[in-house]
Ligand binder design. Structure first.
Ligand code: 5GP
Length: 190
């Protein structure tokens, strides 16, 4: 998606070799008009898949998922990062390793909101090592719902997540795929 790539070139900041900061438009200050374009693009890609629910993970996926959901006319569920030790039996749960902080945490979705007859589209801001998507895929599979695919804003294609998730047989559509990046050289797309 040329618009997103241009915005990354203009306002993204590379930190070290691994992290791309997009705080100016995607996950701190949010450009809602850009999110609308992103949502429409996901609708173009997945609009004929019979999606009934959009699933994301807190916090930065929520805004993107909500704007996208307007074009699908379906609810958004966000997996919560669980803080309590005792996980009640009325939730689906999975483990995710945080890309930015390294620690492992549980994510949960109430069984009330995912059912076997659902067709679920996953939405997230970044795909790096694939842990967040793997956690979400696990929740969908545990519920018996059908996984339609994953819509990602920015895939860092030099990290292993894309191959990992596609290797699981999941359709992944990334709107911007970063081939390489550096603080000195900036961002290059696939
Ligand atoms: P993964 O689980 O694929 O390793 O990482 C995906 C999650 O980590 C995303 O939900 C995103 O919040 C965060 N993330 C991964 N890479 C980046 C990055 O380069 N920049 C930012 N801002 N977040 C990232």
């Amino acid at each position: 998606m040329k618009l997103l790539e241009a915005r990354i070139q203009q306002d993204g900041k590379v930190r070290g070799t691994e992290v791309l900061k997009v705080d100016r438009f995607l996950n701190h200050q949010i450009d809602v008009k850009l999110l609308q374009e992103i949502g429409q693009e996901f609708q173009r890609l997945f609009g004929d898949c019979g999606v009934t629910k959009i699933l994301t993970i807190e916090a930065s996926g929520i805004g993107i998922a909500c704007v996208t959901a307007q074009y699908f006319g379906v609810p958004v569920i966000f997996a919560k990062k669980n803080k309590t030790k005792n996980i009640a039996g009325d939730v689906y749960t999975s483990k995710v390793e945080s890309f930015t902080h390294g620690q492992v945490y549980d994510i949960i979705v109430s069984k009330e909101f995912l059912h076997p007859e659902d067709r679920v589209l996953l939405i997230d801001d970044f795909l790096a090592n694939g842990s967040a998507l793997q956690g979400l895929i696990h929740l969908v599979r545990a519920s018996g719902a059908e996984l339609v695919g994953a819509g990602i804003c920015i895939e860092k294609a030099f990290q292993p997540g894309g191959d990992l998730i596609r290797g699981m047989g999941v359709r992944v559509e990334s709107l911007a795929r970063v081939a390489r990046m550096s603080e000195a050289g900036g961002v290059e797309f696939c």
